[in-house]
Design a protein around this ligand. Structure first.
Ligand SMILES: [Zn+2]
Ligand SMILES: [Zn+2]
Length: 338
């Protein structure tokens, strides 16, 4: 039912694309990260929360239709529904059913509950399209509770030395998780503009998030150090940081499991925190889908597809997409709101 062409993942019966990378008539969008939600489509179909984020990112005048999770629509005999992917707020797996054949496009996903996005919903299907951002056995992500403890220790240590703590993570998804860890910290929390904009929008949507203050010079001076600043990766190494001196930086990413990642990022600390599935989560998702046909996108796709063929005897193939994953691409635009 689905095919992969130059524009994206296509459903011929319903004439819709899923996360297309060039402008199309009708696009179903799994989530609001820039590599999946591109501008220029005539119509957008997505989850309600993603709709609000798309308007923020792509403009108020885009034509959208929003669904809740598990609320089906029918297009030319194809039953289409969105289901939680657990990746970021509003992220969805797209389930398509036509004459008894079921396909699931999982988008980006994780099985770990982040207490922010709706937890991943296991779906049974015949064809499962998966990511493989962390599709190597070395990736095993620790319990987020441990990361929180380490974060609070790090901040306390900085505070003792009267040093400001700068916490770095992508503005949509990661930043909210970082801020959520800081609920008990009795220190002012400032944030980069890209993050305050998203945080305000999500609070406006009714999400129980901690408010943050824009990190302007006046705001900082009026409160005084030591304080916390949440910022996107694109801000690291820029003159914007000068006003926060003295400071220490910490970067939150699944890549922090790799030796050398912290050094390459030019930060003092690395904390392993990811919005993607690690090796075990990927394998669990594949198993519970009971799908026999697996299509592997972003990441270690050829290695992971080979593993699925050899280990589980699945019909697994790698698929080339233009999901220029912000986690793979160090300078990606996914973390900013232009
Ligand atoms: Zn994503
Ligand atoms: Zn992605």
């Amino acid at each position: 039912m689905l095919t992969f062409n130059k524009k994206g993942i296509y459903c011929k019966q319903a004439k819709v694309y899923i996360d297309p990378w060039v402008p199309v008539n009708k696009a179903i969008i799994t989530h609001a990260h820039a590599d999946h939600a591109r501008s220029g489509h005539q119509h957008y179909l997505c989850h309600k929360d993603t709709e609000a984020l798309l308007r923020l990112r792509l403009g108020k005048d885009i034509k959208t239709e929003a669904l809740q999770y598990n609320e089906p629509i029918h297009i030319n005999g194809v039953r289409i529904s969105l289901h939680p992917a657990g990746h970021i707020i509003g992220s969805a797996q797209v389930r398509l059913e036509y004459k008894g054949e079921i396909w699931v496009v999982s988008g980006d996903y994780k099985l770990q509950n982040d207490n922010l996005s709706t937890p991943f919903e296991p779906l049974r299907c015949h064809h499962f399209i998966t990511e493989s951002t962390f599709g190597l056995p070395i990736y095993h992500f620790p319990d987020p509770a441990l990361i929180k403890t380490q974060t609070l220790d790090w901040i306390a240590n900085n505070q003792k030395q009267k040093i400001n703590s700068l916490l770095v993570g992508y503005s949509l998804g990661k930043a909210q998780r970082i801020i959520q860890q800081l609920q008990e910290v009795d220190m002012p929390i400032f944030a980069h503009g890209a993050i305050t904009t998203i945080q305000n929008q999500l609070i406006h949507l009714g999400k129980p998030l901690v408010p943050v203050t824009y990190a302007s010079v006046e705001n900082i001076q009026s409160i005084g150090s030591p304080y916390l600043v949440i910022m996107p990766p694109s801000a690291v190494g820029t003159p914007w940081l000068k006003k926060f001196m003295p400071y220490e930086t910490a970067f939150y990413s699944g890549w922090m499991q790799l030796r050398g990642a912290r050094r390459r990022r030019n930060v003092n600390r690395g904390f392993i925190l990811s919005d993607h599935a690690d090796w075990n989560q990927l394998n669990n998702a594949i198993k519970i889908s009971q799908a026999e046909n697996i299509y592997v996108t972003h990441g270690y796709k050829s290695i992971y597809a080979k593993w699925l063929r050899e280990e589980y005897q699945l019909n697994a193939v790698e698929v080339d997409t233009l999901y220029d994953d912000q986690l793979l691409n160090e300078e990606a635009n996914g973390d900013t709101l232009q």
